[in-house]
Structures are given as structure tokens and as C-alpha cells.
Write a protein that binds this ligand. Structure first.
Ligand code: SF4
Length: 149
């Protein structure tokens, strides 16, 4: 969870010079366990790309990995629902089978817009293959039998 919108730009100490590379600070709460460590991730953006990052505030390696990923390539499991035709329920809950880049969430939502599926549906059934070219499928998260809801 990001605790602030975007990232603040920080000077390197009090005396940033033109030769110093831009530094950015990101603050997150680690979601790896209930301790909720407050992470500080510092990235340095260079012309060569590939921002290296330093993570502090973490009590274990899980937090370090989470902090790096949140700062450089944040991902989320997306959940939603689609209409069901001929089922004992009208709506089917779905989710991405794995986390997807945050920047692709809108594209996946668009791919599901107006979509309906025919009953029956089983948990794990693929609703959309390779959603929005993410390489990740959108799958059903519940069973729905034939019927008339
Ligand atoms: S850094 Fe480790 S101990 Fe701290 S919240 Fe994350 S998983 Fe838990």
C-alpha cells in the first residue's frame, strides 16, 4: 500500500548539484505480514535507466522485495464481476490469475466491459485468456450452476 500519492523528490542531502542524479523517495506499508513495517525506498533515476533502489525499514527480505517491486514495477491482483446468462446467479466474480502491472488494470477492465458468460461456470475457468496482453488470464472465482436467477 502506498501511503502517499506519487513520490516526493528529495535532494541528496542539503546540497544537490547538477552532477548528482535525481533521487526519489517512496514510502510504503509492507503488506507481507501484520507487522506492517514502514518502508522507505530510494530510487536513483539515471539516463542508463534501470533505477537501482535501496530499501530500509523492513524487518525481513519479504519487505525488501515488496518495496523494490512497489517502487519500480507495482502489481495488483484485479477483481471484478461479469454477467452470467442462464445461471442460478446473475453475476460471476472474477480475478486475474496473478498480479498484473498497475498500469494494465484499466485495459483489463475495458476488456471485461459488457462481457457475459454462459452457465455453468466452475472456479478457475478462464474467462479471458491473456487479458490485455498481460500474459495473465482472468478466471472465475466461484461456481455457478445452470438455472434462472
Ligand atoms: S518487512 Fe517482513 S516483518 Fe515487516 S511487514 Fe513486511 S513481511 Fe512483515
Amino acid at each position: 500500500m502506498e501511503t502517499s500519492l506519487g513520490s516526493s523528490t528529495q535532494t541528496a542531502g542539503q546540497e544537490q548539484t547538477a552532477s548528482q542524479e535525481p533521487r526519489r523517495e517512496h514510502r510504503f506499508i509492507c503488506i507481507g505480514c501484520p507487522m506492517g513495517c514502514e518502508l522507505l525506498v530510494v530510487t536513483e533515476v539515471s539516463e542508463e535507466g534501470g533505477p537501482p533502489s535501496a530499501v530500509s525499514g523492513n524487518a525481513c527480505k519479504i519487505g525488501e522485495r515488496y518495496g523494490r517491486e512497489e517502487a519500480t514495477n507495482p502489481t495488483r491482483v484485479m477483481t471484478s464481476s461479469v454477467r452470467v446468462l442462464g445461471g442460478d446467479m446473475k453475476m460471476l466474480s472474477v480475478k486475474t490469475a496473478r498480479p498484473i502491472p498497475k498500469g494494465k488494470i484499466w485495459d483489463c477492465a475495458e476488456a471485461m466491459r459488457g462481457l457475459s458468460v454462459n452457465a455453468p461456470v466452475k472456479i478457475g475457468d478462464i474467462i479471458i485468456k491473456n487479458a490485455a496482453s498481460t500474459g495473465v488470464d482472468i478466471i472465475a472465482t466461484r461456481n455457478i450452476a445452470r438455472g434462472s436467477a
